[in-house]
Design a binder for this molecule. Sequence first.
Ligand SMILES: *Cc1c(COP(=O)(O)O)cnc(C)c1O
Length: 341
Amino acid sequence: MEKKNIDWANIGFGYQDTDKRFVSNYKNGAWDEGTLTSDNTVTISECACVLQYAQTCFEGLKAYTTEDGHIVCFRPDLNASRMKDSCLRLEMPVFPEDRFVQAVKDVVLANEAYVPPYGSGATLYIRPYMFGSNAVIGVKPADEYQFRIFTTPVGPYFKGGAKPLTIKISDFDRAAPHGTGDIKAGLNYAMSLHAIVTAHNEGYAENMYLDAATRTKVEETGGANFLFITKDGKVVTPKSNSILPSITRRSLMVVAKDYLGLEVEEREVYVEELKDFAECGLCGTAAVISPVGKIVDHGKEIVLPSGMDEMGPTIKKLYDTLTGIQMGRIEAPDGWIEVIK
Ligand SMILES: *Cc1c(COP(=O)(O)O)cnc(C)c1O
């Protein structure tokens, strides 16, 4: 297999067309068998439910080349089950979980030439998504849906090392109690765009969202969960029903406990205690962990003791261990690595 002539280290984080994508349509109460296609466009009714009422959800994961030359992806079964949860909440039909994993593998293999080589830092980003495709004008769920998976090569998230971020406590809310914060719905992102543009204009990398009911507890950012390290070395992550259950964060908690022997806690985290933590990181598929150096609470600066120059030591250990597991340098827990080839 000849790889595409791509400058892997410098491709950045944008969409780039690849050869094939998976498409399956739902009609008359059933999914068709699905197919791989070269057509990178979607043609739907001007009145499609997704265009009028945002009936859509998505997933995100990565395929990459391990040290011994296999192409793998990381825990795709959890993406399948999370997408099921998103679909049920949005009154969309579930794409069967085993078929989801198989389709991920098929589409990666069909785009093997775009899977970056080991050591390049780049990966093949995989985007499964579903939307209501038929015309709906009265508010109700669609009857027809399309499930697609495309891939796009993405560069190393941190070019030249991970620099700690400065983030702000946002005055906007991301998710309501009993709302849709715990599913990967496009609508959660639509309403976050103004908040993130505002934060960027003010010079911040991300927003820290608080719980909408009391504004006293930490939830997450627009697209990543928080991990905190206490001064006595415990790994703490916020617990809330309106946080999106990050697969990276759940994996890091296992790594902390079983690989590094650290104490882990999933509990409510108050804004009040931010000043007492030693380290802070953002977890998600894209970057694994981005270190946070400073949190600004309405002008009041909370500088983490790990500082603005590099990742804190515990976050670094977590990062190195999980990426080691992903890249095949460290033995993975059963079922974490899905070998595609
Ligand atoms: C996707 C996402 C994450 C990260 O989840 P991973 O499974 O680790 O990629 C965190 N928060 C939100 C709001 C997300 O949409």
